[in-house]
Design a protein around this ligand. Structure first.
Ligand code: THU
Length: 160
């Protein structure tokens, strides 16, 4: 038996002022999308903004349902819309903002496992990395240079 170590490198910005302007503008769009989330059950509002290589910005937010599992996360709402409307475009980056109505969210909120798997599908398909930035309502912002970095041992089409 041998030990195998898996490493990921992330970058942490202390606050919004530290972000490059282009990212800060996308974050503003993610926040705006977050404010339109439909999350009456969890009261946890998430917004995502995607930049495509054709210059389009796609936003999405979480959509909940009285039948809980029928709801969908912000990240998948956004990336599935992008995939459906711009099937040939590459996703350059995804910027995510999350805020709870119960308390101030100061921890950066990463995409859930199901969303990582969904985003990964597009990264594999387009053969180029998708940058991911995520934050709470305020505080630090975390950047990953690719989705693969957030999902080691990914399940993808290469095994099918
Ligand atoms: N949620 C997202 O929108 N994105 C994530 O990556 C994590 C969770 C949503 C789903 C649900 O509406 C609420 O947050 C609480 O889980």
């Amino acid at each position: 038996m041998k030990e195998v170590k898996i490493e990921s490198t992330l970058y942490v910005f202390e606050n919004l002022d530290e972000l490059p302007e282009e990212i800060s503008l996308l974050m503003q769009k993610a926040v705006k999308a977050r404010e339109n989330a439909y999350a009456p059950y969890s009261k946890f509002h998430v917004g995502a903004a995607l930049l495509l290589d054709n210059g389009e910005v796609i936003t999405g937010n979480n959509q909940e349902n009285a039948s809980y599992p029928s709801g969908l996360c912000a990240e998948r709402t956004a990336i599935y819309y992008a995939g459906s409307q711009y099937p040939g475009a590459k996703v350059l980056r995804m910027v995510i903002s999350a805020a709870s109505k119960r308390q101030t969210t100061i921890t950066p909120i990463p995409p859930c496992g199901a969303c990582r798997q969904a985003i990964s599908e597009y990264e594999v398909k387009q053969e180029s990395p998708i940058e991911v930035y995520f934050m709470g309502e305020k505080g630090k912002i975390v950047k990953s240079n690719s989705l693969a970095n957030l999902l080691p041992l990914v399940f993808d089409k290469s095994v099918l």
